[in-house]
Ligand binder design. Structure first.
Ligand SMILES: Cc1cc2nc3c(=O)[nH]c(=O)nc-3n(C[C@H](O)[C@H](O)[C@H](O)COP(=O)(O)OP(=O)(O)OC[C@H]3O[C@@H](n4cnc5c(N)ncnc54)[C@H](O)[C@@H]3O)c2cc1C
Length: 381
């Protein structure tokens, strides 16, 4: 194995405490949460107490102002243990960073301490029933009316949607201005006219809540605008690379872990009087997967390093998301095959990983959208 060079001893210490936390507070309950369709809300508060939420929040708001390496450690430990329920990646890697970067001082004072403690879960609502890949096509409007915006529309597939206390809603403040008419608005749960739909039933991520959200004449004060009016699309484009890197990080750690579990399994499982590890087909499959994962690990680690230095560009992040999620799906499919019928049983981590991995090629921008971004950049003058 090629040694990883991006972490320092303090990250490994953090990793140890994160892992202990997950083993104690999540592993024993995860199967039940899968049946419940969501995790226990109290886990957020426990994670907050341990300092595991929103590592990037600056010290003046009670946070630690840590870089993405700490997010990486959290993401990796969850992925290795197959804990797809807690929507911490979304909160830590995607939504809270919007507040850190774009919120006003008053918004930061109001929300960030609660994001750290777990009192406030933040979701982001871009996708609508009629549009996902084409973000410019959102129909939800936020029309100015005196000191307020009036929001109308609906969103779907929103991660942490059931439990969210605050939602960053992508709206058109000027429906005739295309991308320049898009703005981000903060809507708190309980605001009149804002309703959460049912918890959507999915083929994977069973313990993670995913919801439709409805907005009918929802009035929010103008202070709830995140950043500047009309800049929403620009902010989305700025933040999506971190979301895409986060997907690559989880996917890579997940496939490494599943491969290791498969190596252990093939040594134990016997067929025709010998461990299935003895068959050349098994060895060739494992060798191929291990080699491809090694190459992916080097690339993803380099992307993490570049991101921490503020140098990861959107195109490279798209490549990482696409390649890592494609490989994750391929590897897990092969690993499942090596488990035979047991691989199809829900109690086996490889079966859960198979179901969980599928979405990685879809959310955060589909892999086809990643190809559009990469192709466009290649062909640009
Ligand atoms: C479990 C889960 C969690 C999610 N969490 C969130 C969340 O928290 N917040 C949020 O806003 N959204 C979330 N999403 C939504 C997700 O980001 C979208 O599903 C995704 O962006 C794709 O959009 P769509 O479903 O509308 O597919 P569509 O855009 O309808 O795409 C359908 C197919 O057409 C392809 N396609 C589209 N345009 C092109 C093109 N120009 N060229 C070639 N092919 C194209 C796509 O690649 C895809 O294969 C989540 C989705 C799921 C399932």
């Amino acid at each position: 194995m090629i040694p990883r060079t991006i972490f320092e001893p303090e990250h490994e210490q953090f990793r140890e405490s994160v892992r202990k936390f997950f083993e104690t507070h999540v592993v024993p309950y995860h199967a039940q949460w899968e049946k419940d369709g969501q995790i226990d809300r109290a886990l957020w508060n426990k994670a907050g107490e341990m300092g595991f939420l929103a590592p990037s929040v600056p010290e003046q708001y009670g946070g630690m102002g840590l870089n993405f390496l700490y997010n990486t450690v959290m993401d990796e430990e969850m992925a290795k243990l197959g804990l797809s329920g807690p929507g911490f990646n979304l909160h830590n890697d995607i939504t809270v960073p919007y507040l850190v970067k774009h919120a006003s001082e008053a918004q930061k004072q109001k929300y960030l301490p609660k994001c750290l403690s777990g009192e406030m879960i933040v979701a982001i609502a871009m996708t609508e029933p009629g549009t996902g890949s084409d973000l410019q096509g959102v129909k939800t409007t936020a029309i100015a009316d005196g000191d307020e915006y009036v929001i109308n529309g609906s969103k779907t597939f929103i991660t942490n949607g059931q439990q969210a206390d605050l939602v960053i809603v992508v709206c058109k403040t000027d429906p005739n201005a295309g991308a320049k008419g898009i703005s981000l608005l903060l809507v708190e749960a309980g605001t009149p006219g804002f309703e959460k739909g049912s918890n959507l039933e999915k083929i994977g991520l069973k313990a993670q809540d995913t919801s439709e959200l409805f907005f009918q004449d929802v009035r929010v004060p103008k202070e709830n605008l995140l950043g500047e009016e009309g800049m929403g699309f620009v902010y989305l484009m700025q933040e999506l690379p971190q979301e895409r890197l986060s997907i690559a990080v989880s996917g890579t750690a997940n496939m490494e872990s599943i491969l290791q579990q498969t190596v252990d399994y093939v040594k134990e499982r016997k067929a025709f009087g010998q461990p299935i590890a003895n068959f050349q087909n098994t060895q060739f499959k494992l060798a191929q997967m291990d080699s491809e994962i090694t190459a992916m690990r080097v690339f993803v680690d380099r992307c993490i390093e570049l991101h921490v230095q503020g140098k990861l560009d959107a195109v490279t992040a798209s490549k990482a998301k696409m390649l890592a999620s494609d490989l994750q799906n391929k590897v897990i499919d092969e690993c499942l095959q090596l488990h035979g019928g047991y691989g199809y049983m829900w109690e086996f981590p490889v079966a859960r990983a198979y179901a969980d991995a599928r979405i990685q090629r879809i959310y955060g921008g589909t892999n086809e959208v990643m190809k559009i971004i990469i192709g466009r950049a290649l062909l640009a003058d």
